[in-house]
Design a protein. Structure first.
Length: 343
């Protein structure tokens, strides 16, 4: 059963009711504490956009304002956020206000640091892993240490009684599509959730998260394989495997890869991102506006910035999983909740 997401939603019944009925609560946000990273994943442009970093005292002001806006669920990430020495204090504060997923590439973790992360009260420890082969990971720019570290972390977490949910996040690309099912099973054997995203690769210089990585893109001849893999994940989910994506999301991922999924964007409405200097971003791919989150009484103020409006209007689309889930929740709330409870 995948009850953890429902638990988070039920913890915030008024915000969720308002989200479903009025669709005007920015309930979800990504917090980019840093744009530094020790890896160089081919799919990612985060480190190319270096911006200053804020101390804890400033993050507290920003998180206070986010909470006033109605934000209830956040991811805290980088870059590699473990590069920040004050990461535990920031997560400690964030966990008192929000349901927190902490994303890391795991390469800097050890048992002592994992214990300290758990003590902050985070709800979910998310680690990225695109292959079980260190050589393949290295080819995709992810270095050769991440596999070992992610596995060590999962194994250590299995020995603990009190711990957050653990999720392994894979991005499906041409080079790893044959490995998806094995990786999902491997993750489940380690008592962790498996989550899959699809590659965003778009030419142009405007992006703040996605990169242009044509070598990782699927071609038409990969489509039957993609379809088979995502359909198998749907079957595994029905059988009780811990797969974080909702079924609708998995079905539509096939359409997205084939270029058949319509753009459904709720950036700067249902969700947003906060840059390392505290400035507001409509989403992680859209350039920040020159205003800090704590300088804005309402998220609606962001829409006064024409550059952001234009960026959102002209964006070709995305399939960022958490966004798709939120849209599914607002469109078919009962179906979404039923499936979360029964799969
Ligand atoms: S995807 Fe994550 S781990 Fe990879 S370079 Fe980007 S921030 Fe670093
Ligand atoms: S469609 Fe574009 S602007 Fe909207 S959330 Fe996705 S990447 Fe951001």
């Amino acid at each position: 059963m995948n009850k953890s997401r429902v638990k988070i939603l039920l913890k915030n019944p008024f915000k969720v009711a308002r989200l479903v009925l009025l669709k005007d609560v920015p309930i979800f946000a990504h917090i980019y504490l840093t744009r530094r990273c020790n890896l160089r994943c081919a799919k990612c442009r985060v480190i190319e956009r270096q911006t200053p970093e804020l101390p804890l005292s400033e993050w507290k002001k920003i998180m206070d304002r986010m909470s006033e806006w109605g934000t209830a669920i956040v991811t805290v990430q980088g870059g590699e956020a473990m590069l920040r020495e004050d990461i535990y204090d920031i997560l400690d504060y964030a966990s008192k206000k929000f349901s927190v997923t902490f994303f890391t590439n795991a390469t800097l973790l050890d048992k002592e640091k994992i214990d300290k992360l758990i003590a902050t009260g985070i709800n979910n420890l998310g680690m990225s892993l695109d292959s079980l082969s260190a050589a393949k990971e290295a080819k995709m720019g992810r270095g050769s240490q991440a596999v070992k570290k992610v596995i060590e972390t999962m194994e250590y977490m299995q020995t603990l009684k009190k711990k957050p949910k653990v999720t392994i996040n894979m991005v499906a690309v041409k080079q790893n599509i044959d490995e998806v099912i094995d990786l999902a099973k491997f993750v489940n054997e380690h008592d962790a959730y498996f989550s899959i995203a699809v590659l965003e690769s778009t030419p142009g210089e405007r992006w703040w998260f996605r990169n242009y990585a044509p070598e990782l893109e699927f071609s038409e001849k990969d489509y039957p394989k993609v379809e088979k893999v995502f359909n198998e994940l749907i079957e595994m989910k029905k059988k009780g495997y811990k797969i974080s994506n909702d079924t609708e999301q998995l079905k539509n991922a096939i359409k997205y890869i084939k270029g058949e999924f319509p753009k459904q964007c709720k950036a700067a409405k249902l969700f947003y991102s906060v840059n390392s200097d505290g400035t507001f971003m409509g989403c992680q791919d859209i350039a920040p506006i020159p205003k800090r989150v704590d300088e804005m009484k309402s998220i609606k103020e962001a829409w006064q910035f024409k550059s952001m409006v234009e960026d959102i209007k002209t964006c070709p689309g995305c399939y960022y999983g958490c966004y798709v889930s939120l849209i599914n929740l607002t469109k078919k709330p009962w179906k979404f909740l039923f499936e979360e409870l029964t799969s």
